[in-house]
Design a protein around this ligand. Structure first.
Ligand code: GLC
Length: 421
């Protein structure tokens, strides 16, 4: 019995708003897409029914286009900006207009494995919804099998240095005066700069003004970047959706087609100059040249074999706590600023799942122990300084608590993602 197990359960409970959890009160008072999927995996440790409810509430915000939004604004809360009016989402519930890394299929499969009979009806209902969502990615974000984003927030890695190049080409004209709320909750030097915020809001306005018309945005948006987070999580999610579809006698041809296309297309993200996966700016054709924690998701996707292994070993031996969100050798590395350096526990969970499946059990286990240690050192923070594990960003964070319960804790049984086929 570990006090941290109880603390983690208490955090999930404290962030529960009835059918969905917020990432943390104040800073993020709504339902976020991939946060909720991790939350479900945390709940599954002690309350499987609540875990399913979390996912179902997320899908209740799905648009008729198939898109599952990155934020659902169930109850308006002025402590967050930009809220529903700025976004102008056009789905069944007030929401943002972009999506987030599609990890749901992978964790739905894992939840299903915990109780195959009891969850049958729920999985059956979710499969077509997952298919519609994945199709939306393929149709509107696919570029020859590499998966793009139309906004940095879509990757969940809001201010990583990958966006510095694409952002330099954006003049954020027409953005009205605004008042950030995030820096009232968290120290400014642990958050994105205002230079970035101006551009985030410029891209939100672009979508809002055309009613989130994807065909139009694909044509005019200055920001269209193929990204390893999206490409690798979607590839993995399609493998899991395929396995579920096979088990439930659902159609599989289309999903097999997506898998083949993304397997081939992910090669576009390989940057031979740095010998690593990075982002590719579709507007300029240039690679971003940044090795990030997302670069190491290729094992999770089941591609690339061991071509990143030397970088993995170099970076993990360079810092006390892994995996820093940006390579410490990169000139733009900032160990406390959000996605420009800090360690994010839930990314480690995905990376380790891939490492394990690729036969690197030792590295996977070392990363799990290292994540447990960073949480013991810094608590259930949003993210951590890779040098000493000190906490940064928000506290009492849902996905850090979920990562503990579902994976890092030495005491809980946790959630194991079935091996991708
Ligand atoms: C930040 C993170 C994103 C996360 C959200 C809520 O925007 O970059 O990944 O989903 O906060 O925690």
């Amino acid at each position: 019995m570990d006090d941290l197990d109880e603390q983690a359960r208490a955090i999930l409970k404290g962030n529960d708003r009835g059918g969905y959890t917020v990432p943390t009160g104040g800073l993020y008072p709504y339902q976020w897409n991939w946060d909720s999927v991790f939350a479900a995996a945390g709940f599954a440790e002690h309350d499987l029914s609540r875990a399913w409810e979390e996912i179902e509430t997320l899908f209740s915000g799905q648009w008729s286009t198939g898109m599952v939004p990155h934020i659902i604004f169930h109850k308006v809360d002025p402590s967050y900006f930009p809220g529903p009016d700025i976004w102008g989402g056009v789905g069944p519930l007030p929401s943002s207009g972009i999506s987030q890394p599609p990890i749901a299929a992978t964790f739905i499969r894992a939840l299903h494995a915990l109780d195959p009979e009891g969850s049958e009806a729920r999985v059956r209902a979710l499969i077509p919804r997952l298919r519609d969502w994945h199709r939306w990615f393929f149709d509107w974000r696919g570029e020859g099998g590499a998966i793009c984003v139309s906004h940095p927030w879509e990757t969940g890695r809001d201010n990583c240095p990958d966006w510095d190049g694409p952002f330099a080409n954006i003049q954020p004209e027409g953005v009205e005066q605004y008042y950030r709320r995030d820096t009232t909750h968290v120290k400014e030097d642990e958050r994105p700069r205002s230079y970035d915020y101006d551009r985030y809001l410029y891209l939100v306005k672009l979508g809002h003004d055309c009613g989130w018309d994807e065909a139009h945005l694909k044509e005019v948006s200055p920001f269209r970047v193929a990204d390893p987070t999206m490409t690798f999580t979607l590839l993995r999610a399609n493998r899991d959706l395929l396995a579920l579809s096979q088990a439930f006698g659902e159609p599989t041809d289309e999903i097999e087609g997506w898998i083949a296309a993304i397997e081939a297309g992910s090669e576009q993200l390989w940057n031979p100059e740095i010998g690593a996966y990075d982002c590719l700016d579709m507007r300029t054709g240039e690679h971003t040249g940044v090795i990030s924690s997302a670069s190491f998701l290729h094992w999770f996707a089941g591609v690339g074999e061991d071509r990143m292994l030397a970088h993995y070993d170099r970076i993990t031996s360079d810092v006390r706590f892994s995996m820093p969100s940006t390579d410490p050798a990169h000139p733009q590395y900032e160990p406390r600023r959000y996605w420009r350096g800090p360690v994010w526990g839930m990314m480690n969970w995905l990376i380790a799942t891939g490492l394990h499946e690729a036969g690197h059990e030792d590295r996977a286990e070392a990363l799990r122990l290292n994540t447990a240690e960073v949480i013991r050192t810094g608590g259930f923070a949003e993210y951590f300084d890779p040098r000493d594990g000190s906490p940064a960003g928000g506290r009492n964070f849902t996905w850090t608590a979920a990562t503990w319960l579902g994976w890092a804790s030495p005491n809980t049984k946790g959630i194991t993602c079935p091996v991708s086929s």
